[in-house]
Design a protein around this ligand. Structure first.
Ligand code: SAH
Length: 408
């Protein structure tokens, strides 16, 4: 984190500026129901979760402690996942006592956690204002070996981007998530892992458009990939975007080494504009120019995601156009056969068509993989995440599909 950012954060933390109140407004939006007696007490406190190492250092200084206490706090919270300040045993007792009276470390409770037979689990988090968001935990290894997992995290409740093939889009944007709420999904999901399990990959591909919530997403990504934190290397964290071209390069600079996945989903402007309204603002041609110039390291490649919609964007001509578009960009392509949801006017292409599409990419020298999303049956696959109650409110038909409502 640069000094400028550190300075800004520090200014927010000066005790005389009523830290607790300011931080509550900025960050503190969940965890303990505000109407519970415990919630009322804790609501007066500042939440340390979601703060970067520099901010925690500055915070400790304001409490008259040496700077390195901030790094200790950082690793208690993000590496060890300890939320109870009194249990942070290498901090002096007196400091722990003062800190616990003044601050807290929030956490999330899962509302519903449904798993399928392979272990893919959709976790629904209820935030303190009643808003629900979802994470998906996906097994990356066989059940009999040491278990490695991937975690898909939400960055917004709902989404404003309006992609017509995506269920989250039908919710509209409910609200932004704070850095705290993004990081908390990781820490709380880690606590739900079976003994010895760990997250090998983290993807910001759940609900929402990450680059539409830029500051919080960058902050959360920097926290999760910090060497003193949860052991996720930057290369194992990927942020997926509809292609907010104006923020792409900024993101690569703010979170160096993190993976970038860009959802293309069409091989021509007209189709892309029809499927993804964002294309009317940042065209395919412009987006690809930006991607060509992205300051990614020599060894890294951009991922292009391409949702295959039967009869819409899955022809051989589409595949050949895609090859031409991606010429000269160091990239790989991830094909995602469309995951259904009730009432959508799309079909998933047959396996042979997916294979034929991929074959054309491979023959032109591109790296191309197919992502058959896990968790389709439990509504946990790409593009299937949504709060059923909110969809109902918006008049979206839910009958007979893969969606399940969370209990009220
Ligand atoms: N807003 C971001 C991240 C969330 S969606 C983005 O658009 O990239 C993650 C991926 O799932 C995107 O590539 C998106 O195009 C894809 N997707 C959305 N709905 C889908 C669906 N119903 N089936 C398959 N993939 C879908």
């Amino acid at each position: 984190m640069g000094t400028a950012t550190k300075g800004r954060t520090f200014a927010k933390l000066r005790p005389n500026h009523n830290i607790a109140e300011k931080k509550m407004k900025q960050d503190n939006a969940f965890a303990i129901p505000p109407d519970s007696p415990k919630g009322r007490v804790l609501a007066e406190k500042m939440d340390l979760l979601g703060l970067e190492v520099g901010a925690l250092e500055a915070f400790c200084e304001t409490m008259g402690e040496p700077t390195y206490r901030g790094r200790q706090l950082f690793s208690w919270i993000y590496e060890k996942g300890v939320f109870d300040i009194t249990q942070m045993t290498d901090l002096p007792l007196d400091f722990r006592g003062r800190l616990a009276g003044y601050a807290r470390v929030g956490h999330l409770q899962p509302d519903v956690a449904g798993a399928d037979a392979e272990g893919t689990q959709k976790i629904i988090w209820r935030l303190c204002d009643g808003v629900r968001v979802e994470s998906v935990r996906i097994p990356m290894s066989r059940p009999d070996g040491p278990r490695r997992w991937s975690l898909c995290i939400s960055t917004q409740a709902g989404c404003a981007m309006g992609c017509v093939f995506c269920l989250t889009a039908k919710m509209g944007l409910v609200r932004q998530l704070s850095a705290l709420e993004i990081v908390a999904q990781f820490l709380a999901a880690k606590n739900l892992l079976p003994e010895g399990g760990r997250f090998h990959n983290v993807v910001f591909m759940g609900m929402g458009e990450p680059l539409d919530n830029f500051e919080a997403v960058c902050r959360a990504a920097r926290i999760l990939t910090h060497p003193l934190a949860a052991g996720v290397s930057p290369r194992r964290l990927t942020v997926s975007t509809v292609g907010v071209a104006s923020r792409l390069a900024d993101f690569v600079r703010e979170v160096p080494g993190a993976g970038v996945a860009v959802s293309l989903n069409a091989s021509d402007e007209a189709t892309r504009s029809r499927l993804m309204p964002v294309n009317r603002k940042w065209s395919l041609a412009h987006l690809l120019d930006v991607c060509r110039d992205l300051p990614v390291a020599e060894r890294d490649r951009i991922t292009f995601e391409y949702v295959l919609l039967g009869g819409e964007n899955d022809s051989e001509a589409d595949a050949r156009r895609l090859c031409r578009l991606l010429g000269g960009i160091r990239c790989k392509v991830n094909l995602i056969p469309w995951n259904p949801f009730p009432g959508a006017p799309f079909v998933r292409p047959a396996g042979e068509r997916v294979a034929a599409f991929r074959e054309i990419l491979l023959r032109s020298g591109l790296t191309a993989t197919v992502r058959y999303s896990k968790g389709v049956e439990i509504g946990a696959a790409c593009g299937q995440l949504a709060d059923a109650a909110r969809l109902r409110e918006k008049g979206f038909p839910l009958a007979g599909g893969t969606l399940r409502a969370a209990p009220p």
